[in-house]
Design a protein around this ligand. Structure first.
Ligand SMILES: [Zn+2]
Length: 417
């Protein structure tokens, strides 16, 4: 039997905590129902549950932050917890309608906010907070899951903070962020939330879930889990998608192609263009569908009375859509580039551990021989410098340095050592 927490790979401690909280939440609902019965029908309109943020007596909390490295399962954990809150048994059984609809993304009282662009704006957040304050239609909880809460604009963060400071009695906010560092989440929001830290799942646990759930052959699963460095979604893509494997191979070919200045610039161009192509493939389809849907809704091409005024409004909406799509494309490019840089960092990390003769398994088993040769040539110091060059490139892009410039600087550093 598998319940809603089954896909949360290698996070035993977090699962124990979430199960306990879900049970506490169910107890709050039961107590509320009992209080209503005891008080008689006169007060039945009053919502009877714990006001305020944290109720220490129940272990239930109205605001949570799930932290952990990308791929550790932050949003998987948040969704599973949301399902457990909506579960008619209060356990996250995985069988009841509450569990099913939440996991399938169709529960009326569960909202998943997945930012497509570089940030979540204040307008979006205000609308969300307003809806979250309504009474849950299913009689349990209103749950709002905010993926990538680190992308909240300051104004959006403030709008959210107000809601978290005085949460409606039946509303639960679940935020996901890489860490609780002030760069990721404001100190004031953090102080109102309970934190569930997730760790990078071990490769064996990732491989196990690929075999069990996705039916992937054990040897492929093991290779993919190691190559993905604990990122469950990435491991699955590598195991299943030949294009993803090809892109990874191209990235890992970079170190042996760096034979001079010209080659370094060529390698930078190739890396940037590959990321652009990958991002474009990812967003083109949805862009076209969205635009067609909006044009249909606006009745584009219509004539007759009112059509001119309607067209002016339509132009504004189309512009708004284009802006959103552009922001999403930029994000997709950065994500694709970052995946490539993480792969590359793994290679130099392998060279470093080999130079140090550290008793750890390589990240990329298929380029281990190449990393070994690098370790001999560069020694530990040179391997470390190269690893640092890759990490500096990631940091620079995160700090809004133009990707091409950051990648060119990195390639030159990798070549020169
Ligand atoms: Zn259930």
């Amino acid at each position: 039997m598998s319940d809603v927490f089954a896909d949360l790979v290698g996070q035993d401690e977090a699962v124990v905590e979430l199960r306990r909280a879900a049970a506490a939440a169910a107890a709050v609902l039961r107590a509320g129902a009992a209080a209503l019965v005891a008080a008689g029908p006169a007060s039945a309109a009053e919502p009877a549950s714990t006001p305020g943020g944290v109720d220490p007596s129940t272990g239930m909390t109205h605001a949570w932050i799930f932290t952990g490295p990308p791929g550790s399962g932050r949003s998987v954990a948040a969704r599973a917890f949301a399902a457990a809150l909506q579960c008619v048994h209060g356990t996250g059984c995985g069988e009841c309608p509450g569990c099913h609809t939440t996991m399938g993304g169709t529960h009326a009282d569960v909202r998943m906010v997945v930012p497509e662009g570089l940030s979540i704006g204040v307008g979006e957040m205000r609308a969300l907070v307003l809806r979250a304050a309504s009474t849950p239609s299913g009689g349990r909880w209103q749950v709002v899951v905010i993926e990538d809460a680190d992308r909240l604009t300051e104004a959006a963060g403030n709008a959210l903070l107000k809601a978290i400071e005085e949460p409606p009695p039946r509303t639960v906010f679940l935020l996901c962020a890489p860490s609780t560092h002030p760069d990721d989440i404001s100190v004031t929001i953090r102080s109102r939330c309970r934190v569930v830290p997730l760790r990078q799942p071990p490769a064996t646990a990732v491989a196990e879930v690929l075999v069990r759930r996705d039916g992937i052959a054990p040897d492929v699963a093991q290779w993919a889990a190691a190559a993905a460095q604990g990122h469950v979604g990435r491991a699955r893509r590598l195991a299943r998608d030949p294009e993803a494997r090809k892109r990874r191979e191209a990235v890992l070919a970079v170190p042996r192609r760096l034979t001079g200045v010209g080659a370094a610039f060529d390698a930078a161009s190739a890396l940037i263009e590959a990321a652009e192509a990958e991002a474009e493939a990812a967003v083109t389809e949805s862009d076209t569908t969205e635009r067609a849907a909006l044009e249909t809704a606006l009745g584009a091409g219509g004539t007759g009375r009112g059509a001119a005024g309607a067209m002016r409004g339509a132009a504004g909406q189309l512009k708004e859509l284009e802006k959103r799509q552009k922001s999403r494309a930029t994000r997709a490019q950065r994500d694709a580039l970052d995946r490539a840089l993480v792969d590359l960092a793994g290679f130099y990390r392998d060279a470093l551990t080999m130079a140090l003769r550290a008793p750890v398994a390589p990240v990329h088993t298929d380029t281990a021989a190449l990393a070994g040769a690098g370790a001999q040539k560069w020694d530990a110091e040179g391997s470390l410098r190269r690893l640092e060059a890759v990490l500096a490139c990631r940091a620079a892009i995160e700090a809004n340095v133009k990707p091409r410039i950051a990648v060119e600087a990195m390639m030159l550093a990798l070549w020169k050592g």
